[in-house]
Design a protein around this ligand. Structure first.
Ligand code: ADP
Length: 251
């Protein structure tokens, strides 16, 4: 049920690499429609956490649920990609030689249900969907432009658009504004805020100005450290937390 309740629940997750605990009894819940920012110093376990959600890494112990019923630890990585979890890595991987529109069209075809009709005409509903996504990612005027000619920020938006074509319930975003200009960063915050409510979002981010824009002074931030949650609360609260200050300064 993705109309309310918990979208993602990680419970007591531990992941070891050669005896080193990259995640150490990590527990985290993200509600349906929530936008949750995850911060934490290098090596805190943020990437490993994302890898556990997508099935790339298997925890040694713990539980991971998607919605109230789906046990993520029983699914393979491709299966998890099919059930409505979309992940964006740091680097954009758009098809540079294709147009913006064609990139979105191809992303639509990544959905098994429509792959069969890939090279036939798009239906009206599919066209509408592409139009909506183009608007959301601020690229409507660039629809016919070759993706390789877009700015770095625009390529990142296009990749988010490609994820949106598959109507994910949960979006995982790893440092989405790395390398963006201030203006692109601000527009990315607007973009994510427009997705909030319709999708659940987990954003791993280092750029505190961006986190501030995303949380609008009212959303919870989670601070990871040494594989578990060090603090949770409003950005202003966690930034004033002695333990948090210490792990950031003590690097
Ligand atoms: P973050 O994304 O917060 O920087 P990571 O999840 O990448 O942190 O890493 C957490 C810790 O686990 C780090 O100390 C890292 O060196 C270690 N680690 C991550 N992946 C592996 C791996 N495949 N093998 C060994 N150690 C790893």
């Amino acid at each position: 049920d993705f109309t309310h309740g918990v979208a993602l629940y990680l419970d007591d997750i531990t992941v070891s690499f050669d005896g080193f605990k990259a995640l150490n009894a990590l527990t985290l819940a993200v509600n349906v429609g929530e936008l949750r920012c995850i911060i934490g110093p290098n090596g805190a376990g943020k990437t490993t956490m994302m890898d556990c959600i997508t099935g790339k890494t298997r925890p040694d112990s713990g539980r991971a649920h998607f919605g109230s019923t789906i046990d993520l630890l029983r699914l393979s990585e491709p299966e998890i990609a099919q059930i409505g979890i979309g992940r964006k890595f740091q680097k954009p991987t758009v098809y540079e030689e294709l147009s913006v529109f064609e990139n979105l069209e191809l992303a639509l075809a990544a959905d098994r249900r429509v792959r069969a009709s890939l090279f036939s005409r798009l239906t009206g509903t599919q066209l509408d969907h592409i139009g909506e996504v183009l608007q959301t990612i601020h690229l409507l005027p660039e629809a016919q432009r070759t993706a390789g000619l877009l700015s770095h920020g625009q390529k990142q938006w296009l990749e988010i658009g490609m994820l949106l074509m598959q109507e994910p319930k949960l979006l995982l975003l790893d440092e989405p504004v790395a390398g963006m200009t201030d203006e692109e960063t601000e527009r990315t915050a607007e973009l994510f805020l427009s997705l909030e409510g319709k999708h659940s979002l987990v954003v791993v981010e280092h750029d505190m100005k961006f986190v501030e824009q995303l949380t609008e002074g009212r959303k919870q931030v989670t601070v990871l450290h040494e594989g578990s949650v060090l603090a949770e609360g409003l950005l202003s609260e966690v930034q004033a937390n002695d333990k948090v200050v210490e792990v950031y300064l003590g690097r």
